[in-house]
Design a protein around this ligand. Structure first.
Ligand code: ZN
Ligand code: ZN
Length: 139
């Protein structure tokens, strides 16, 4: 089962907790780094053989729409899916060694975005930061 906090975020997004949503959220929550679509599928099928590929991808999409799951880049190629601890808009620090992703809260970049908007006379609609590098554990 996904944790209570994840389950309550699914409900807060106006979605029901279906067994499929619960299982996909649980697998992503327990992974310590983003999973590719294929890795996610294998992990979900290992727990419940009856879930088909189409259902897994549909469920993944609904969790993305709810803002609980985000797509992030992984070292060396295709993106992965990450269950974010942070609700709402935020940014990511992506470790190129271990692939772990840390959430970077919006508050930490708001001042910078505000200064850029002021200096350039630019009305910012959306900012998305992805900082790539080496995490504290890997350094
Ligand atoms: Zn995140
Ligand atoms: Zn690392």
């Amino acid at each position: 089962m996904a944790s209570d906090s994840v389950r309550s975020r699914i409900l807060a997004a106006g979605q029901r907790i279906t067994p499929q949503r619960d299982l996909v959220a649980e697998v992503l929550e327990q992974a310590d780094r983003p999973l590719s679509a294929q890795e996610l599928l294998v992990a979900v099928e290992a727990r419940d053989r009856r879930i088909g590929r189409a259902t897994v991808f549909r469920t993944l999409q609904s969790l993305q729409e709810a803002g609980i799951v985000q797509q992030v880049p992984r070292p060396g190629g295709q993106g992965g899916y990450l269950l974010c601890a942070t609700s709402g808009h935020h940014h990511h620090l992506v470790c190129q060694r271990c692939g772990r992703v840390e959430d970077l809260p919006e508050e930490e970049v708001a001042a910078f975005v505000g200064a850029v908007a002021r200096d350039h006379g630019f009305a910012v609609d959306h900012a998305s930061f992805e900082l790539s590098g080496t995490c504290a554990a890997c350094r």
